[in-house]
Write a protein that binds this ligand. Structure first.
Ligand SMILES: [Zn+2]
Ligand SMILES: [Zn+2]
Length: 131
């Protein structure tokens, strides 16, 4: 069983996942841009396959009618994105212990990206989301 571990900058929130993780999706939408300062890079895991230590230290911000974003209430590290209707939790790639063994997937909401950087890799790019 593949196990991945990670946590926030200060260590108040730690997690462990079980099973192979999805490829990283890079989201350039305005919400992700605001929250991270650049763009979101996240994998995801079924809710049943993640154990969180220090869950009380997560603040959940409802960023839309459908989803919430979890961050550490001490150090502010962005950690999770959770849609109410999905049984999955998205986890920010930067929170994982290295080497992460994660792989890159594709870019979404490229039309909304900041105007101060370019997306120059060879990965697929979508102007909006992708079903
Ligand atoms: Zn923290
Ligand atoms: Zn986004």
């Amino acid at each position: 069983m593949e196990i991945h571990e990670g946590g926030c900058l200060c260590g108040a929130v730690r997690f462990k996942t079980r099973g192979k993780l999805r490829e990283i999706i890079f989201c350039h939408c305005s919400q992700c841009r605001k929250q991270t300062g650049l763009y979101y890079a996240a994998t995801n895991v079924p809710n049943n396959d993640i154990d969180v230590e220090g869950a009380d230290n997560i603040t959940w911000y409802r960023s839309s009618a459908e989803a919430q974003r979890g961050f550490c209430r001490f150090c502010g590290s962005a950690l999770f994105w959770k849609a109410d209707a999905l049984d999955y939790t998205s986890i920010l790639a930067g929170t994982f212990k290295t080497p992460t063994r994660l792989e890159s997937g594709y870019h979404i909401y490229c039309a909304d990206k900041g105007d101060y950087y370019a997306i120059e890799d060879e990965l697929p790019k979508f102007d909006q989301g992708r079903a």
